[in-house]
Write a protein that binds this ligand. Structure first.
Ligand SMILES: [Zn+2]
Length: 232
């Protein structure tokens, strides 16, 4: 179990990674992680700053009602995406919500995500889509609807809005967000050329996902080195 300081650093890194991968949307989008010793509270990126501007001091602490209980910075209005998923998913320790541009564009097509490249194979069995509203998730009722739509999946596309990913930790949730965005980008490219003529078979997709998904911690570590200028 990580210390609170380690958890804060992971959230800082996650914010930088998501921003560097094009998932920052001005000051919108947020990451959260459940406190290691307190399942009823979680750390959250504050409102009014970019994903890459998270610091140990500006992170806020929120309870499962969506109420800020510590920290000076303002809370995102969409906190209920996180609080309601963390409430009903004790297996989940972290949630990412971004307005990933390729995923938003892909969501408007209303088509299933296909196994085109590696990333698409992780989601080839289908993934849930939240289509109840394209508006912001501004209260517990809408947060519960998002959590219901996500059910036991670790990823969710919010039609005409963005994505939600969840993981046992922020590293997993972040890497899933990157994979989902890349999968959507691949399919947009193919759709622009008339649609896929060949997609990954079910057997290959299962095998490939089983080989690559366990590498998520190494992928996250690599991205941390990259955003911190340790490469190149
Ligand atoms: Zn949003």
């Amino acid at each position: 179990m990580p210390s609170v300081d380690t958890l804060k650093q992971s959230l800082i890194d996650a914010g930088k990674i998501l921003a560097s991968e094009g998932q920052g949307d001005l000051i919108f989008g947020h990451v959260t992680a459940r406190l290691p010793d307190d399942a009823e509270h979680f750390l959250m990126k504050p409102h009014q700053i970019g994903l890459e501007e998270i610091t140990a001091d500006n992170l806020i602490t929120v309870n499962l009602e969506g109420e800020k209980v510590a920290g000076d910075a303002p809370r995102h209005i969409e906190v209920f995406i996180h609080s309601e998923i963390l409430r009903v998913r004790p297996d989940i320790g972290a949630v990412v919500h971004t307005h990933a541009p390729n995923a938003v564009a892909f969501s408007a097509l209303g088509r299933p995500l296909q196994g085109i490249g590696h990333e698409g194979t992780y989601f080839h069995g289908g993934l849930p889509v939240f289509s109840e509203t394209a508006d912001l998730i501004i209260d517990q009722t809408r947060g519960k609807a998002v959590a219901r739509a996500m059910a036991d999946s670790d990823v969710l596309i919010m039609r005409n809005h963005g994505i939600v990913t969840a993981g046992r930790n922020i590293e997993e949730a972040t890497v899933l967000a990157l994979y989902l965005e890349r999968a959507c980008k691949s399919q947009l490219l193919v759709e622009a050329c008339g649609g896929a003529k060949h997609i990954c078979s079910h057997e290959d997709a299962v095998a490939k996902a089983g080989r690559v998904l366990p590498q998520s911690p190494r992928v996250f570590d690599y991205l941390v080195r990259r955003v911190n200028g340790e490469i190149g």
